[in-house]
Ligand binder design. Structure first.
Ligand SMILES: NC(=O)c1ccc[n+]([C@@H]2O[C@H](COP(=O)([O-])OP(=O)(O)OC[C@H]3O[C@@H](n4cnc5c(N)ncnc54)[C@H](O)[C@@H]3O)[C@@H](O)[C@H]2O)c1
Length: 329
């Protein structure tokens, strides 16, 4: 991959103190890019200053909110790449506070694109979209031609955020593309609670020596290890093949939640879980089985997952055993 393209380039990462954004920042610093992070550090979201431990002297951090158009107007200027990852990620929170989700995941996306149009139309943008926008799959694996029929407010706003990017690419020629991420796992994810991913709270309870809960258990899922997700962001940014395109990411295997729980316990050399029926508020917005067909990004950009689920879980457990004091103590 033409990773050299990032050398000495100016890069802005929204949501760069979060899980995926901070892993991306670390990789870009290694590639000698000049990285600026913008993040609001709202406590319920995934941002954590410890996520950039080790690179804090080599990135600029701007604690501000993407809803603030004045900050964004200043921050986008002169950037070569914009990795747009800031987002409200909790599906349940989007039902309890739909307007915050609307402002961040939809309205702010439009205003970020507007400041790019006015002040930096040469920037290349990669947007972090989500498999959530497909809703309950009609067929598996889900490819990009699948109908979009979100089952929660978050899915609707992310869908609009994604399509604003494609629209600005098509109408104004601002090079933009979207990656529809599936469940992403790895070091620096939010493990305090289940807001970002159910796997977060599983990892926390397991390390604390407490049983974690598996709801349902038969649902099928795929998982991308965060380094692979970061690789996809870089490939999408580096190539003009991606302009105006939407790509699914996926995982090396498909697994039921029960089997995932067993694998996690195996990888951690111990632990236990309790099976539960789905809580009613979650069931209403559950998407059932999901796994992605990621052949489109494989043929267009050559991306495919390299880290197996077992390996990814192992690295995740090792990280949180070492650093839990920074994530939930
Ligand atoms: N992790 C996954 O499994 C997954 C799956 C699908 C899509 N995504 C998407 O990828 C992106 C990154 O997700 P993540 O898992 O790293 O989540 P994360 O919560 O760790 O990161 C998001 C970051 O955005 C910041 N943020 C939120 N609202 C902001 C605002 N208004 N202004 C500035 N910063 C703000 C948060 O503080 C956080 O640091 C999100 O847009 C998410 O929708 C993630």
């Amino acid at each position: 991959m033409a990773e050299l393209v990032f050398e000495e380039k100016r890069v802005l990462i929204t949501g760069g103190l979060g899980f995926i954004g901070s892993n991306l920042a670390a990789r870009l610093v290694d590639l000698k890019a000049h990285v600026t992070i913008v993040d609001s550090l709202i406590p319920e979201y995934g941002g954590n200053l410890f996520n950039i431990a080790g690179i804090e002297g080599r990135v600029k951090v701007n604690i501000s909110d993407v809803r603030d158009q004045h900050s964004m107007r200043y921050l986008v200027q002169g950037q070569d790449y914009l990795f747009n990852l800031a987002g409200q990620t909790s599906h349940l929170d989007s039902m309890h506070d739909p307007y915050a989700d609307l402002d961040i995941n939809c309205r702010s996306q439009l205003s970020i694109l507007e400041v790019c149009r006015k002040y930096n139309p040469r920037v290349k943008i990669v947007f972090a979209s989500t498999r959530q926008i497909y809703g309950k799959p009609e067929y598996l694996p889900v490819d990009e031609a699948h109908l979009l029929r979100p089952v929660d407010v978050n899915g609707i706003n992310k869908m609009a955020g994604e399509w604003y990017h494609i629209l600005y690419n098509n109408v104004y020629g601002i090079r933009a593309c979207a990656l529809r991420l599936t469940n992403t796992i790895g070091p620096r994810m939010r493990v305090k609670d289940a807001r970002q991913t159910f796997l977060g709270i599983w990892v926390r309870l397991l390390i604390e020596g407490k049983p974690f809960e598996v709801w349902g258990g038969e649902q099928l899922r795929d998982f991308t290890y965060v380094d692979d997700a970061v690789g996809a962001f870089l490939m999408a940014a580096a190539s003009d093949e991606s302009n105006g395109q939407i790509f699914n990411l996926g995982g090396d295997c498909v697994i039921s939640l029960k089997d995932l729980a067993d694998l996690l316990i195996q990888v951690s050399d111990g632990g236990e879980y309790i099976s539960h029926s789905y809580p009613a508020d979650r069931k209403r917005i559950d998407i059932g089985d999901y796994y992605a067909d990621f052949s489109r990004i494989r043929s267009a950009l050559g991306w495919e997952p390299k880290v197996t689920l077992r390996e990814g879980l192992g690295r995740t457990i090792t990280y949180y055993r070492q650093h839990h004091d920074q994530y939930w103590d």
